[in-house]
Write a new protein. Structure first.
Length: 152
């Protein structure tokens, strides 16, 4: 499969929202409409463009995957690090190596930015064992799940 990967920009907000809606629908087991995410996507590109990066994967003209990463700073990382926020590959092209290429794009971004670490939130390993195994194969180590407090 011939795939190209490129960094998304403000003109790609629709595609990013569509890919994120696919991911969130799968994770939440309810349909998430891309229109629910358009304002947030646009805001991320407008306000935090230098910290928020999305890579889109295409097969010819069709968007088939995405990965988003946010740069943060941390004492334990001894400086800047990347946090993968979303990784989504359309179900019909999974196991074709696309996830590898998207992760590699983030690793290259991290090297350019001088990140010390790249992290990703650990999904429930009982339900998402393939996802956890995928990240482990890419060199990620389990350091425990994140906990979340909702302010709103």
């Amino acid at each position: 499969m011939r795939v190209s990967i490129r960094k998304a920009n403000l003109k790609d907000v629709d595609l990013v929202a569509e890919m994120a809606a696919g991911l969130l629908s799968e994770l939440s087991e309810r349909t998430v409409c891309k229109n629910e995410l358009l304002d947030v996507c646009e805001g991320l590109f407008n306000i935090q463009n230098h910290l928020y990066t999305v890579f889109l994967a295409f097969r010819e003209e069709e968007c088939i995957g995405m990965i988003s990463v946010h740069e943060v700073t941390s004492l334990y990382a001894r400086g800047s690090m990347g946090v993968i926020q979303e990784l989504y590959v359309r179900p019909e092209v999974r196991s074709d190596g696309l996830g590898d290429k998207l992760i590699q794009s983030v690793k290259e971004q991290g090297a350019k930015c001088g990140w010390k670490i790249i992290e990703v939130g650990a999904p429930n390993p009982e339900k998402w064992s393939r996802t956890v195994s995928f990240y482990k194969r890419k060199g990620f180590e389990e350091k425990g799940p994140r906990l979340r407090f909702k302010l709103t």
